[in-house]
Design a protein around this ligand. Structure first.
Ligand code: HEM
Ligand SMILES: [Cu+2]
Length: 539
């Protein structure tokens, strides 16, 4: 395939939107910690505007653009063909971009301070919801392309195993397709009519339930590119092999199936769902730990193999022989450390009883900054360093700066989140610009404010280092010699696969049944029960 046929421009456009918005949001994060630490004057409107923009950009804009761009690049490199229907792909990109501009308009004009969860009865200007809808609709173009490309490839290569990176990208596209339905129903049938003024109330229980449908699996949509890097890029960079191609497929299938109907763990303390349903979703939540543990095992096994192939001896000697000047490897090690710590915190959140101790405290942002802003995003950085030379044809400006940036991000994230976990346990609420509480409560929190501010500064520095390196790569005069994106080979090559490990027909049917079991009645109850005479959709 020639460079002209590769989706270099398409992937780069998506990824630049991700990176530029990320830089803005990182500085909003810095503003927030300074405000919370009382180093700058308290200003409630400013704070909630900033938290909304920061959360929306980090959670929806950075992630969606990055994942879509990465997906196109992986699909084309692994199937060795141009993107199917580039017009559709570019149309999706433009729609997503217009969506972001509408959301930004609502937030910047102070008409969208509804936080990134936009729970009613908080209501934003209609541009906020229409923008969010366009972002989602635009990404559906990507889902379609990620389904059509493997189908066409399989038709031309009957009986052949689909390349693992394509299989897992399609898994993520399907995951996103199933995930977005909940929030799409909420936005289209409740929030847009409400914000335009067609109706004057909605059933907030139904709204939160639909949002919860989306809120958990979406985090696996964000995490899957990191897992793809763990399985297919890291062993390659480290000089090792993938432990098992089949096991990798099983892990991604489990992620897809298990992560879908578990979002009710966000509703543990909400009254409109019964405890039995919450227990059902709690079990599901713990099931997702299984593919995560498989992943941890596979990454370490792949790295050990690499270390031994490089001559490492003894119980831990292989660790030293790994190429620690490679951003991909450094990011993986740091990501796994944060995943382990954050995973333990997550078990606490997921436990019905213990959840009440940490609910709506700073523990919650501490947990998701560790896993999401830590584990997931540090792998996005590593993927960016890996892909930028391939997409632009220019050598990476500085590998050592890249490695330093990853370490700085890791350190900053620890400085930010360790104190947050602690004050969370002391009861400091999340999402507050002001703390007008009794000094008996507030005084013990104060010792952590300084650390939090330092963490914010360190992270902002790291964000600048990242963008500087990518910009300098883009304008670098040195040409990149190796523009082929290659993936790790498994120890045992796969020659043939049973259909369920090579496609998703079976899994989609299982998901359908599992979703009806997990969400059917919890949603239907709003229509069959008399909930204080509330109209479910508001009309
Ligand atoms: C640059 C470093 C960062 C800093 C200093 C930072 C700081 C903060 C602060 C202070 C809050 C508000 C806490 C509260 O009042 O409840 C927040 C919320 C949030 N952050 Fe970050 N953050 C950073 C990076 C990230 C990254 C990389 C992500 C994800 C990719 C992220 C995702 C979020 C989300 C989703 C929220 C929740 C917003 C809401 O409650 O509506 N942050 N962050
Ligand atoms: Cu969740």
């Amino acid at each position: 395939m020639t460079e002209r046929e590769k989706p270099n421009g398409l992937a780069l456009s998506h990824m630049w939107v991700a990176m530029i918005t990320f830089l803005v949001a990182a500085f909003l994060g810095l503003y927030q910690v300074l405000e919370r630490a009382e180093y700058i004057p308290a200003w409630a409107e400013g704070y909630y505007t900033s938290v909304t923009a920061h959360g929306v950009i980090m959670a929806y804009v950075l992630t969606t653009f990055f994942i879509v761009g990465f997906g196109y690049y992986c699909a084309s490199s692994s199937l060795k063909r141009p993107i199917w229907s580039p017009g559709l792909a570019w149309g999706g990109f433009l729609m997503m971009l217009v969506g972001v501009l509408l959301v930004v308009y609502a937030i910047v004009t102070g008409q969208g301070t509804v936080l990134y969860t936009f729970y009613p009865p908080l209501t934003a200007h209609w541009t906020f919801y229409v923008g969010a809808a366009l972002l989602v609709v635009g990404s559906i173009a990507w889902i379609i392309i990620m389904i059509v490309m493997p189908i066409r490839w399989k038709r031309e290569n009957p009986g052949q195993p689909l390349p693992l990176i394509m299989f897992t990208t399609t898994a993520n596209a399907l995951l996103w397709g199933w995930t977005l339905v909940g929030v799409a129903l909420e936005v289209v049938f409740q929030l847009i009519p409400l914000s335009v003024g067609w109706i004057d109330s909605v059933d907030v229980g139904l709204a939160k339930t639909l949002f919860a449908w989306t809120l958990h699996p979406i985090v696996y949509f964000w995490l899957i590119p990191a897992y793809q890097a763990f399985y297919m890029l890291v062993p390659r960079v480290a000089g090792g092999r993938l432990f098992s191609d089949e096991m990798a497929r099983v892990a991604f299938i489990m992620l897809l199936v298990f992560s879908l109907p578990i979002g009710m763990h966000h509703l543990y303390v909400d009254p409109f769902q019964a405890a039995g349903w919450k227990l059902f979703h709690a079990f599901g939540t713990f099931m997702v730990a299984v593919p995560t543990l498989i992943t941890g095992f596979t990454v370490l096994a792949g790295l050990e193999l690499a270390g031994r192939l490089r001559g490492g001896k003894g119980l831990f000697g292989w660790i030293r022989t790994l190429p620690w000047d490679e951003p991909m490897l450094v990011a993986t090690a740091l990501a796994l450390l944060m995943l382990t710590a954050g995973g333990f915190g997550g078990m606490i959140n997921a436990s019905y009883g213990m959840n009440t101790m940490v609910h709506n405290t700073m523990w919650v942002p501490a947990h998701f900054h560790l896993i999401f802003a830590g584990t997931t995003i540090i792998m996005y950085f590593a993927i960016a360093y890996h892909l930028w030379p391939k997409m632009t044809g220019r050598e990476l400006f500085s590998k050592s700066l890249a490695v330093k940036q990853l370490w700085v991000w890791f350190i900053g994230m620890l400085i930010l989140t360790i104190p947050w976990h602690y004050v969370g346990l002391l009861g400091m609420p999340r999402r507050t610009a002001l703390m007008p509480y009794d000094p008996v409560y507030v005084d013990p929190w104060k010792s952590t404010l300084f650390a939090m501010a330092i963490g914010g500064v360190v992270l902002a520095v790291s964000a600048v280092m990242l963008i500087y390196n990518l910009v300098m790569t883009q304008v670098n005069r040195a040409r990149e010699a190796d523009r082929e994106l290659k993936f790790a080979e498994p120890i045992h090559p796969v020659l043939s696969l049973p259909a369920p490990l090579n496609g998703f027909t079976l899994w989609n049917s299982i998901i359908l049944i599992y979703m009806i079991a997990g969400w059917g009645y919890p949603i239907a109850q709003f229509f069959v029960m008399n909930t204080q005479n509330a109209l479910p959709w508001g009309w």
